[in-house]
Design a protein around this ligand. Structure first.
Ligand SMILES: [Zn+2]
Length: 123
């Protein structure tokens, strides 16, 4: 779906969140949209919200809502750019996917973030 932070904010407000749960949203065309301010705790990965920043890539499921790594090259470029900024602010920060969060039984983001991050950031 070609959606962005506006639509996701609406869903999250309906869920009772104070604002969109993520700090950044990357649209299908690679555009980066601001979510919550980075000094506000997110609502994106329950046990680690207070010690992490959250970025959401739009997509990642097929027509049957099954997990699929269908993110666009522009989305991956934008993801890398965001994480470079965040890494500069906090060099020791780990880069992990939602599914890597302890206790989380989800497939997102439909690709293995750790090996990807290791290649890009050696981290
Ligand atoms: Zn997720």
């Amino acid at each position: 779906m070609d959606i962005g932070v506006e639509e996701i904010r609406e869903w999250h407000l309906e869920k009772g969140f104070a604002d969109v749960g993520y700090h950044k949203v990357i649209r299908r065309n690679g555009d980066i949209e601001d979510g919550r301010p980075e000094n506000i705790v997110g609502a994106h990965a329950r046990p680690i919200n207070s010690i992490s920043l959250g970025v959401c890539l739009v997509g990642g499921v097929d027509d049957n809502k099954k997990p699929e790594n269908n993110f666009t090259p522009k989305q991956f470029k934008s993801l890398e750019a965001i994480l470079r900024l965040w890494k500069a602010k906090d060099p020791d920060a780990q880069i992990i996917g939602h599914k890597d969060v302890p206790g989380v039984k989800k497939a997102c983001p439909s690709f293995n973030v750790k090996p990807w991050a290791k290649e890009k950031f050696n981290a």
